[in-house]
Design a protein around this ligand. Structure first.
Ligand SMILES: Nc1nc2c(ncn2[C@@H]2O[C@H](COP(=O)(O)OP(=O)(O)OP(=O)(O)O)[C@@H](O)[C@H]2O)c(=O)[nH]1
Ligand SMILES: [K+]
Ligand SMILES: [Mg+2]
Length: 366
């Protein structure tokens, strides 16, 4: 029996099993098994072929944003409107067949926007180019789930399932669980909160089913069984996401209003150029990029050409963003701004100092 069939069998058994206190533990086991098979199916290291490999597009710029959606929702139209790259658009489905990168320039940052082929239900199982598309989505810093506002709400849930299946967790934080493998000593399980969505027995059974007989587990959040499995599998990707409803020119104002009030949602019309600037603002905000200005000794900071970095970036990243040699010859840095302990005064810092948005940085070399 192939992995796909095995997965199907487990899914069927789960569907047949009634959800209650008595079956909770058995369902937990099935979930663990299912997650393991899916991981086998989708990780690049699996023997089932190059399933986990995405389209070969060079990452460039300060961040990567991937467009995911069903065919003909307007992904290519959006790329063509927001970047200098033209991607073919047409009224028929599957116009786009590969990944097409474009660049959004905003606030001094270069954001790579990736137009991707439309995916269909079952994409993560290998239908169409779906697996390649979702594998590419895994490499993104932000996912735009693009939806056709004239179509049913169902499309959003279906896309979420496809992304979830390949281990992408949208708008979620990594569960607050510390997990350490050991060679001896058995299992130490500690919780700092009351577990309401799973229990110790289920957790211990899952550990056993993964043949983890020696480990330390510290659970610091009220997690579910699924979230615990995510921790064990370890390759889950926690990616922020914006839901982008396109074609609002074709729906009622009431519906536009309702959609616009939904969390993590932006409504647009590519065709009528509605709200596209606002979308870019939201993309920028969701990426949480950090802009740092550099300053040479005795000069004013250069406000025209900031260095753009990811959240959590350090002085070392600033150096690398300017020139490779700067980090190797680094003596010390000076920081003005929010990350400076002595704001608004200067702080002398080393390479591992974390910078904040709008900091001004000077680097002194040997
Ligand atoms: N009414 C309306 N139509 C739009 C809008 N944006 C795009 N379209 C139309 O939707 C159709 C599909 O657009 P594409 O950009 O090719 O869609 P896609 O998502 O890239 O499609 P695939 O590459 O096939 O997956 C085209 O006929 C567009 O003209 C919009 O804002 N309003
Ligand atoms: K199309
Ligand atoms: Mg397209």
């Amino acid at each position: 029996m192939g992995i796909v069939e095995k997965i199907k069998e487990i899914e069927e058994e789960m569907a047949r099993t009634q959800k209650n206190k008595a079956t909770e533990y058995h369902l937990g086991l099935l979930k663990a098994k299912l997650a393991r098979y899916r991981a086998q199916l989708l990780e690049p290291a699996s023997k089932s072929g190059p399933a986990g490999i995405g389209f070969d597009v060079q990452k460039s710029g300060d961040a990567r944003v991937a467009l995911i959606g069903f065919p003909s929702v307007g992904k290519s139209t959006l790329l063509s409107k927001c970047t200098h790259t033209a991607s073919e658009t047409a009224a028929y489905e599957f116009t786009t067949l590969t990944a097409i990168p474009g660049v959004i320039e905003y606030q001094g940052a270069r954001i790579q926007l990736l137009d991707l082929p439309g995916i269909v239900e079952g994409a993560s199982q290998g239908r169409g180019r779906g697996r390649q598309v979702v594998a590419t989505a895994k490499t993104a810093d932000l996912i735009l789930v693009m939806l056709d506002s004239t179509k049913s709400e169902e499309q959003r849930r279906l896309l979420e399932i496809e992304l979830d299946t390949v281990g992408i967790r949208l708008n979620k934080r990594k569960p607050d669980v510390v997990f350490k493998r050991k060679t001896t000593g058995g299992i130490t399980l500690n919780t700092t909160v009351k577990l309401t969505k799973t229990d110790e027995k289920t957790i211990r059974t899952i550990l056993a089913s993964y043949k983890l007989h020696n480990c330390d587990v510290m659970i610091r959040e009220d997690i579910s069984t699924d979230e615990f499995i995510d921790v064990l599998i370890g390759t889950r990707k926690y990616i922020p996401c914006l839901y982008v409803y396109n074609k609002i020119d074709a729906i009622s104002l009431e519906l536009v209003d309702k959609l616009a009030r939904t969390e993590n949602t932006v409504v647009i019309s590519c065709e009528m150029d509605l709200n596209l600037d606002y979308l870019i603002e939201r993309i920028w905000e969701s990426l949480g990029l950090v802009k740092v200005y550099t300053k040479k000794r005795g000069e004013r900071p250069d406000l025209s050409d900031p260095v753009c970095l990811r959240k959590g970036a350090t002085i070392e990243d600033v150096c690398l963003g300017i020139h490779k040699s700067l980090a190797t010859h680094f003596r010390y840095g000076l920081v003005w701004g929010r990350s400076s302990k002595f704001a608004p005064h200067t702080q002398k810092v080393s390479l591992n100092h974390q910078v904040q948005d709008e900091d001004v940085v000077s680097v002194f070399t040997k």
